[in-house]
Design a binder for this molecule. Structure first.
Ligand code: ADP
Ligand code: MG
Length: 407
């Protein structure tokens, strides 16, 4: 789970419930898991959704509200309880705290009071401050040319991550027009990204998971829309909201991007914690990579997230030497995936991920290593360097230099 706080709200008064809800929805790191207008139904609602914190308003019926807090403390000891009331006298505060409330917020709630109360709860819950280091890992897989192997990598990486106990992983197909991640996983999804994007404000955790297709590897898939005419309905804004929801639900999010570098791709790149740029060692591909890097230079954050993955290493014809490629790219190679067409085609045709189809194959091992390097703590993530190769930092007078000459 990420460091988003999941909240359930109990308030029988419509006006204040709506007002508190609006305040909660405005906080990015909060996910409103459930709301309830009846004190008596709330324990069931909370039990099902298992929130990090419960907010109980006492204004509708103080006695019922206090006994609800007592019950929650007993039955959901892992959830922090926030009491809300328009009364501010010491007696009621004391009663609420004795019943089990960790925080007391006078209504109308001051946004700063709410934020700092939630911050304290997050610190206890996650052992770190809100927005700290426990967020989800979001890996965007982009490519420098068509057919370079993005989906092959995204699907297999996601399955490898999902095979680790404790990880919850979703793969989102953002190649909105011609994405084929569902084919790779041999699934026929009931819902797509469009359904989730259109209903994002109404979805809770349970509904979200029902809208995703679960693969036998444990991986959840959110496929691209079915109809081409629906693509315009997926906007960067709707996508950002979907990302927020996914971040609150999954420990790892893998995004398979299109090669169009569209607005939605850019929203995904912004959201990503790591961008894997898949290249092959041929001239057009490396040229594109240099162009992409140049246009990203103005956006420092993007450059820092960029990791180069060389795919189909060992493919004979017309391949450029890795050393030469490194000089051209001007940065280290993060991972190398060997060429293995037969295994890849079998994987795709049968919809079986590499870890199941060919667990011992070098291509699978390379992807597992990539996954490990990606999830290792930052200082452990060393870059790969070619064996026996001298320092490739000098670009020299290579004919193969795409970098504009410094003036
Ligand atoms: N490491 C590899 N070795 C051999 N073939 C590969 C490798 N990676 C990808 N392929 C093949 O390349 C083709 C394009 O791969 P795909 O993942 O669909 O690319 P993209 O998503 O970038 O368009 C597929 O036929 C796939 O089987
Ligand atoms: Mg693809």
């Amino acid at each position: 789970m990420s460091n988003v706080l999941r909240i359930a709200l109990a308030d029988p008064v419509d006006a204040s419930r709506e007002a508190i809800k609006r305040q909660l929805l405005a906080i990015e790191t909060i996910w409103l898991e459930a709301e309830c207008s009846r004190y008596e139904f709330f324990p069931d609602v909370a039990e099902q959704s298992n929130p990090d914190a419960c907010i109980v308003s006492l204004d509708a019926d103080e006695a019922k509200g206090l006994s609800l807090i007592e019950r929650l403390r007993r039955e959901l000891p892992q959830s922090a309880i926030l009491a809300v009331s328009s009364k501010t006298d010491g007696q009621i505060i004391l009663k609420a705290v004795r019943a089990g409330a960790r925080e007391y917020l006078p209504y109308p709630i001051d946004p700063e009071d709410l934020a700092s109360a939630l911050e304290r709860i997050a610190e206890i819950r996650f052992g770190t401050s809100h927005g700290g280091a426990r967020g989800s890992k979001v890996v965007a897989v982009a490519g420098a040319t068509g057919g370079v192997g993005c989906t092959s990598l995204a699907v297999n990486l996601a399955c490898i991550l999902a095979s680790h106990p404790g990880n919850t992983v979703v793969l989102v197909d953002l190649d909105l027009a011609i994405g084929d991640a569902d084919v790779f996983l041999d699934t026929i999804p009931d819902y797509t990204l469009l359904d989730v994007a259109e209903n994002v404000s109404r979805l809770d955790f349970q509904l979200l998971k029902k809208s995703l297709t679960k693969h036998s590897s444990g991986l959840y898939l959110l496929p691209r829309p079915v109809e081409l005419r629906d693509l315009a309905l997926i906007t960067p804004e709707s996508l950002r909201r979907v990302f927020g929801l996914l971040k609150a639900t999954f420990s790892h999010i893998v995004l398979d991007l299109s090669k169009g570098y569209t607005e939605t791709d850019m929203a995904a790149l912004e959201f990503a914690t790591d961008v894997l740029m898949v290249v092959q060692l041929d001239l057009p591909c490396l040229r594109n990579l240099v162009r992409i890097q140049l246009s990203w230079d103005e956006q420092e954050a993007l450059g820092e997230k960029l990791r180069i993955v060389v795919n189909r290493v060992g493919l004979e014809s017309g391949q450029i030497k890795l050393k030469k490629a490194k000089e051209t790219i001007g940065r280290e190679i993060f991972a190398q995936i060997p060429n293995d067409y037969r295994t890849m085609v079998e994987m795709r045709n049968n919809g079986i991920p590499l870890i199941d189809l060919a667990p011992k194959a070098p291509i699978t091992k390379a992807m597992q290593e990539l996954a490990e390097r990606l999830t290792a703590p930052p200082d452990a993530a060393e870059q790969v360097s070619e064996e026996g190769e001298e320092d490739a930092s000098a670009t020299g007078n290579s004919w193969f230099c795409f970098w504009p000459k410094s003036k």
